[in-house]
Design a protein. Structure first.
Length: 155
């Protein structure tokens, strides 16, 4: 089950395209949308990131920064991102495989992340999460907008 809203984001380490580290500390100070996806170059993932890229300016206008997360190696993720022409950074949970995905409650027993969205606020608290019923389901951009609205503090 995906991590619940109100939970602090777990400690984790993901690899960036240049093999640097992306950790819980990198979430602080911004609203972050972690887009967990099963496989680079798969048809649904390709469609998903194409849609999100088209709306990236609108997500960013709401103060959100998107990151793709999969268990693919960072080399595959970079090639995937470049082949799509997207600017959304991709983060690798390749080694140890699926450790961050497990921490967020989105690891599929088949060895890949469930298709899921997790919104973390600038203080490192999960404010909203969604997990698709199956890996073939594409979470529309409307879900991210709904999650961002739900994650906003009540004035």
């Amino acid at each position: 089950m995906t991590i619940e809203a109100g939970s602090p984001a777990p400690d984790f380490r993901l690899a960036t395209e240049d093999r640097g580290a992306f950790t819980r500390e990198d979430l602080l100070g911004q609203t972050t949308v972690l887009v967990f996806y099963p496989f680079a170059f798969s048809p649904v993932c390709t469609d998903q990131f194409g849609v999100y890229q088209e709306l990236l300016d609108e997500f960013e206008a709401q103060g959100a920064r998107l990151y793709g997360v999969s268990c693919d190696a960072n080399w595959s993720q970079k090639a995937f991102r470049e082949s799509l022409g997207v600017t959304i950074p991709m983060l690798s949970d390749f080694e140890p495989k699926g450790e961050a995905c497990r921490a967020f409650g989105v690891y599929h027993p088949g060895g890949f992340p469930q298709r899921a969205l997790v919104i973390v606020d600038p203080d490192g608290v999960v404010r909203w999460s969604y997990q698709a019923a199956n890996p073939a389901e594409l979470p529309g951009a409307n879900l991210i907008f709904d999650g961002l609205a739900a994650a906003r503090p009540v004035a």
